[in-house]
Ligand binder design. Structure first.
Ligand SMILES: Cc1cc2nc3c(=O)[nH]c(=O)nc-3n(C[C@H](O)[C@H](O)[C@H](O)COP(=O)(O)OP(=O)(O)OC[C@H]3O[C@@H](n4cnc5c(N)ncnc54)[C@H](O)[C@@H]3O)c2cc1C
Length: 557
């Protein structure tokens, strides 16, 4: 019989493991991100530094990184019935999902700027979301829906009185019980139907008043929703047709009488990514809901919510890029090939520096958009975020797909293996581009704003003018953009080019105006605003600046 091993290490102990970098964990996600700290300072949110540091430390701990892995490796399970055959419509999440959600709610990411409004509150919340999304992406979906629904719910006193105190609570309550028995609540949104998601006016679900019609009155809804993420939310905002047209309803999981509402989960979607989050299909049969706003006002209420959730998509995309860049830097600074560290290899240096530049510009733009809600009623900020949000949602979410792919490649084969977070970031990236308004829909939204809300053009030009005269490529691209802004009707077939250029100018403006790294800002403009725009990462010109860029962005656990 063959001897198993003479050294006691087993059959596979043929070699010493060398040149394998350490796992990145036990680092402070906030302290290690100089760009994020600078954004917080520039958004009047320095008062939140202690909270951000504490959260950054918890999120970067091996314990929470493992929670992120576990929540994604153990997908939610749908239970239609209990063991005795009763319909229960419940989804079971891994305990780590609940741990992550508990941390998020304790930190107010789901509602704090509405519950405790103050200067910099939306920016501080944005930074918290940006950090949390680096560890788990899935539970941020119900977090952002809860945050986005607050202005809509606030419109309707009957609904607001019951729901806002629970939504504003910092206690996470994942139990499946009527709202009166719960210490906290989350709210989902279910708009998309089989026949149309972008075109919500094509909704076929209907709603009829139980007795009288009108804002704040109760209705019964019949129909379906083709995508309903976070089906264990305590309530959902939904669109259904009334005699007055598409209308918005708050639909609770439990009836005021304490019985389960008629929300029948059909199945969970088997998704490319976003694994810790359950996305379901639901049927509505005489389902109880309360009308928010007047009949026929549903679409405008949805649009208000979507502008908030679209900013969160920008934050999410920037977050994926930051985590991708951090992982790439960590790995390549410990991995050698052909006799030198990867960070010292000229081609790799350009890839890394380019990933860092993109991450910085995206972070700055996303936090700028979020902080515009700190001046909620300021007419300039309202007009500014109109075009800027749609253009940024279009571009940052698209760019994060390329960025996560390139970051993954810097790790070579191990980047493609599921144990690495890079594989998860890559699979997550496209969803931010699809939901809350897919790419073409964002382009149409920019054109619509240009045609119907001329103030939004003025505000965009005024904001971008602040960086005029700082860079020749920027000045030239800005002049071209201004010509396009004058003729929105001609732009339809060329909308993607125009919207991309708008977003690139916004990113460049943030870099020129805010980045402490002036050479980095110049490099960004030179490589994004000339020729046919950005292509593969790593096509930077030769310059002495790359090593400094890489060193500054590195994370020291
Ligand atoms: C993981 C996941 C979770 C989701 N969760 C939810 C949820 O919780 N609640 C919810 O309501 N929805 C949810 N959605 C649905 C999502 O919001 C929709 O899929 C999205 O809005 C697109 O709608 P659609 O799928 O019907 O595609 P369509 O509207 O059919 O669009 C298909 C394509 O056509 C393009 N397009 C549309 N109109 C035009 C036009 N006029 N010109 C040119 N191109 C156009 C779009 O950009 C898109 O690329 C989720 C989706 C995913 C992937």
């Amino acid at each position: 019989m063959q001897k198993l091993s003479s050294n006691g290490l087993g059959l596979h102990a043929t070699h010493k493991i060398e040149n394998q970098p350490s796992i990145l964990e036990n680092y402070n996600i906030y302290d290690s991100d100089k760009v994020l700290a600078d954004c917080i300072q520039k958004s009047n949110a320095e008062w939140a530094s202690d909270q951000l540091q504490k959260l950054g430390s918890v999120l970067g701990s091996s314990e929470f990184i493992e929670h992120g892995n576990l929540a994604n490796n153990n997908k939610p399970i749908f239970h239609s019935h209990d063991r005795h055959g009763h319909r229960i419509d419940q989804v079971e999440y891994h305990p780590s999902y609940h741990q992550l959600f508990k941390l998020t709610v304790a930190n107010g990411i789901h509602s704090d700027p509405w519950a405790n409004p103050k200067s910099g509150a939306h920016a501080a919340r944005a930074a918290k979301l940006f950090m949390t999304y680096q560890v788990d992406q899935g539970h941020i979906c119900p977090t952002t829906m809860t945050y986005g629904c607050v202005p809509a719910i606030s419109r309707q006193k009957e609904v607001a009185d019951t729901w806002l105190p629970k939504i504003f609570s910092n206690e996470y309550d994942g139990s499946f019980r009527p709202i009166a028995e719960k210490s906290g609540a989350t709210v989902g949104m279910a708009m998309t139907e089989k026949q149309g998601g972008s075109d919500v006016r094509s909704n076929t679900s209907t709603a009829s008043p139980i007795s009288t019609s009108g804002a704040g009155k109760d209705y019964l809804i019949n129909g379906h929703k083709w995508f309903c993420s976070a089906p264990m939310s305590d309530a959902f905002l939904m669109l259904a047709n009334t005699d007055g047209g598409p209308s918005c309803f708050l639909v609770p999981r439990w009836l005021p009488s304490g019985e389960k509402n008629n929300i029948f989960i059909q199945r969970l979607k088997n998704k490319l990514g976003d694994h810790s989050n359950a996305s379901s299909e639901i049927e509505l049969r005489d389902t109880f809901g309360t009308l928010i706003g007047d009949e026929g006002r549903g679409v405008s209420i949805i649009i208000e919510m979507a502008s908030l959730t679209r900013v969160d998509c920008c934050l999410a995309a920037a977050s994926l890029m930051r985590q991708g860049a951090v992982q790439a830097l960590h790995y390549t600074s410990q991995r050698s090939a052909f006799g030198a560290l990867l960070t010292e290899q000229p081609i790799m240096q350009k890839v890394l520096a380019d990933l860092i530049l993109e991450s910085e510009a995206s972070t700055r733009l996303a936090i700028r958009l979020a902080s515009s809600y700190d001046a909620l009623d300021d007419p300039f900020e309202t007009s500014f975020r109109r075009i800027a949000t749609a253009a940024s949602k279009y571009w940052l979410t698209k760019r994060s797909i390329q960025h996560t792919a390139e970051a993954m490649e810097t790790l070579g084969g191990i980047g493609y293996v599921e144990e690495s977070i890079l594989a998860r970031l890559y699979r997550q990236a496209p969803v931010n581009s699809i939901w809350e308004g897919s790419g073409n829909v964002m382009c149409l939204d920019v054109l619509r704003a240009m045609q119907k809300e001329p103030d939004s053009i003025e505000a965009l030009v005024s904001e971008l003018s602040k960086s005029s005269g700082m860079n020749k490529h920027y000045d030239k691209a800005f002049e071209e953009l201004k010509k396009g802004l004058l003729k929105p009707a001609l732009l339809l077939s060329n909308a993607r080019v125009f919207v991309e250029e708008t977003a690139l100018l916004l990113q460049s403006h943030m870099m020129l105006g805010q980045s402490e790294d002036k050479s980095g800002a110049e490099l960004f403009c030179q490589t994004r605003l000339t020729g046919s725009g950005p292509s593969t990462f790593g096509r930077l010109p030769d310059c002495s600046h790359l090593e400094g860029l890489i060193q500054r962005a590195r994370v020291q656990p």
